[in-house]
Design a protein around this ligand. Structure first.
Ligand SMILES: NC(=O)c1ccc[n+]([C@@H]2O[C@H](COP(=O)([O-])OP(=O)(O)OC[C@H]3O[C@@H](n4cnc5c(N)ncnc54)[C@H](OP(=O)(O)O)[C@@H]3O)[C@@H](O)[C@H]2O)c1
Length: 252
């Protein structure tokens, strides 16, 4: 039986029954003895259903994570947005403030920054970001902060001056940009054989391949890098860091 003392957190998204977040927070609450804390999924076909859900959980819901496809759409429902989330253009954490207002944050950038930083070497000054969606914007926000140069790599040729296409990935470009970040969903379970269309034969031990994907933990993209001696990293640490930052925000 639910009581007013319950603390409820949630993940808002679509088709999220196998989400990382619910398992992560449920185990965290159990480990920490937080018996009155619960984490549920708001698996909504349409985000227009959100106000009714928020009403249903009024007084108990402390905050929620936001995932695909609602990281941009959620802006319409927010009363306040943190400067970082505003600049990135995507919100993945919402806090319910004491007055009931909804404030949006982006903790993907925090997760990415803290997971890639320990791997960066002195010659890792330039990066290629594969994909131009919401996650790529959190990545470029961090690269700007770290003072790294970057180019987006898109399937489309109309993405502006900071962007090239997969066909432009020459030996010179690969040599010049030793950090390659996969911010596309290509290679995610169940399509685990798929890889972003880059010239893998040009990879060396100077390269750092970072995949935002965490399922599978070893994508074909990372496998290809590993076999050529590149440093590799999957998206699991990023996910854990962003979840811990969300927890900090909800409790501050
Ligand atoms: N580890 C974490 O904590 C974390 C956090 C956030 C996101 N992610 C992961 O990051 C990935 C990207 O997220 P997102 O929200 O930005 O996704 P998205 O908007 O669906 O896609 C990102 C971009 O990938 C490119 N793309 C999409 N489908 C493609 C295909 N079939 N072939 C080649 N390129 C394709 C597109 O760029 P172009 O059209 O310009 O080619 C698209 O804008 C997802 O796998 C997501 O799960 C992980």
């Amino acid at each position: 039986m639910e009581t007013e003392k319950e603390h409820i957190y949630a993940l808002l998204g679509r088709n999220i029954s196998y989400s990382f977040s619910r398992t992560y927070f449920t185990e965290k609450f159990k480990r920490s003895g937080l018996k009155d804390h619960f984490y549920v999924n708001f698996d909504l076909p349409e985000i227009s259903q959100l106000p009714a859900i928020l009403d249903q959980y009024k007084g108990k819901l402390k905050g929620f994570n936001v995932t695909i496809p609602y990281k941009q759409d959620i802006f319409h429902f927010l009363d306040e947005v943190s400067p970082d989330a505003r600049e990135i253009g995507a919100v993945n954490v919402v806090k319910i403030l004491k007055n009931g207002n909804l404030k949006g944050f982006n903790t993907d950038s925090y997760g990415f920054e803290n997971s890639i930083k320990p791997l960066l070497r002195s010659f890792h000054k330039k990066a290629l970001i594969l994909g131009t969606g919401g996650a790529s914007k959190a990545v470029s926000f961090v690269l700007d902060k770290l003072g790294m140069e970057y180019l987006y790599v898109s399937r489309r040729s109309n993405q502006g001056s900071g962007s090239i296409t997969y066909k432009d990935l020459s030996a010179e470009v690969l040599n010049d940009y030793p950090v390659i970040i996969n911010a596309t969903p290509v290679g995610t379970f169940p399509d685990i054989e798929k890889t972003p269309d880059i010239p893998y034969n040009l990879l060396t031990s100077r390269h750092l391949l970072y995949d935002l994907i965490y399922n599978p933990s070893m994508t074909s993209f990372l496998k290809q890098g590993k076999s050529r001696g590149a440093t590799i990293k999957n998206g699991l640490k990023m996910l854990e860091f962003q979840a811990e930052k969300a927890w900090e925000i909800w409790n501050s």
